[in-house]
Design a protein around this ligand. Structure first.
Ligand SMILES: NC(=O)c1ccc[n+]([C@@H]2O[C@H](COP(=O)([O-])OP(=O)(O)OC[C@H]3O[C@@H](n4cnc5c(N)ncnc54)[C@H](O)[C@@H]3O)[C@@H](O)[C@H]2O)c1
Length: 334
């Protein structure tokens, strides 16, 4: 499969590695920063500054999009209309209308779309999902997730119109799709935030369709270098902790077990390993393999839209002071 990559910034570099180490052929890149492009791919492939020109000239089968959020919909639409499948970094779009536009064009053109929700491919998270599926934890009653970061990012992330919000719409999206990956569909959302839609701090409670409760707390105000993204589960027969996906990458938890659980009386460590960058590579390679095989991607339009719906519900709840049902948003957007 011929793949073209848009955006060679922080995450684009890891996608570049993933594509190079996969069965797919990198045929072109699209990057405005010519020096960055030259340093990244040299003469290996042609460099473009316009996605439509790149598709017409290089003729890729799939376009991998690692661009700021406000460009996800127009570039994904251009790729599908140019006859390509799409692999898109999170979030699928800055709002539900954008997510629905991508689904509409995918249906019209018959193209497939994979969303890189990379933490679904983090070894300890997959192991936790297996433990849930096996029934050994009993019934999930509560899921707690943290996102405590220090050192605020700059660049396009300072412009909420490009991000589609603040911290929640950026790194927070990982917490949202993980909440659904582990707990299933969310019924309703309540939230408080410092500045909804350009937030630096938030606390969210989720009511799952299963009846379980979720709590997600996030903030940018930690000491420099901190990245606490652990997940804890309380279930009828067990307690489980996953000590972060990005925390290990930042070097904060070196030597600690990734996953600990207490089933019965004793805490035990699981030997599962994994790292944030490995999860990005695994995600990109799994989605590319799905697209190459003509399969619907493991993480696709439904999961991408659902995460944005929960974020939108959290914004509306923070703005209105009341719980917002996901069904209510779906009715308004149908
Ligand atoms: N999965 C993860 O853990 C993770 C981590 C970081 C970023 N991301 C996501 O990846 C995406 C990109 O984020 P980033 O941190 O890599 O951003 P970045 O700013 O580091 O990189 C973006 C790149 O896109 C280029 N660019 C901007 N507009 C362009 C255009 N019109 N055409 C071609 N190139 C253009 C910029 O020059 C830059 O090199 C976002 O969706 C973000 O949420 C995901």
């Amino acid at each position: 499969m011929k793949v073209a990559l848009c955006g060679l910034g922080e995450i684009g570099q890891i996608h570049l590695r993933a594509i190079r180490e996969s069965e797919a052929d990198l045929v072109a890149v699209c990057e405005l920063d010519r020096e960055l492009a030259a340093n990244s791919v040299g003469d290996e492939v042609s460099v473009f500054a316009d996605v439509t020109e790149m598709i017409e000239t290089a003729g890729p089968d799939a376009v991998d999009i690692c661009l700021p959020h406000h460009l996800h919909v127009p570039v994904a639409v251009a790729a599908m209309e140019g006859g390509c499948d799409v692999l898109l970094e999170k979030p699928i779009a800055v709002d539900l209308a954008g997510a629905d536009e991508i689904s509409r064009v995918a249906a019209e053109t018959g193209r497939r779309v994979g969303i890189s929700h990379n933490q679904v491919f983090f070894g300890p998270h997959r192991r936790l999902r297996e433990m849930i599926d096996s029934g050994e934890l009993g019934e999930i009653r509560a899921i707690y997730e943290r996102l405590w970061m220090g050192g605020k990012y700059g660049g396009w992330r300072e412009d909420s119109s490009q991000v589609g919000g603040g911290l929640l719409m950026d790194a927070g999206v990982h917490r949202i799709y993980m909440a659904e990956y582990l707990g299933g569909p969310v019924r309703s959302v309540s939230a408080v935030m410092d500045k909804p839609r350009s937030e630096d701090a938030f606390a969210i409670t989720l009511e799952y369709e299963s009846g379980a409760l979720g709590v997600i707390q996030g903030g940018y105000h930690g000491p420099d270098g901190v990245f606490d993204d652990r997940i804890e589960i309380q279930a009828s027969a067990a307690m489980v902790e996953v000590l972060g996906c990005e925390a290990f990458f930042e070097g904060d938890l070196e030597g600690e077990p990734r996953l600990r659980y207490r089933i019965g009386g004793e805490w035990a460590d699981d030997t599962v390993t994994g790292a944030w960058d490995e999860s990005v590579i695994a995600s990109v390679q799994a989605l590319l393999a799905d697209l190459a095989a003509g399969r619907d991607p493991e993480v696709g339009l439904a999961e991408g839209r659902s995460a944005v719906a929960v974020v939108e519900a959290a914004y509306r709840s923070a703005e209105t002071g009341r719980a917002v049902a996901i069904g209510e948003l779906n009715e308004r957007n149908s």
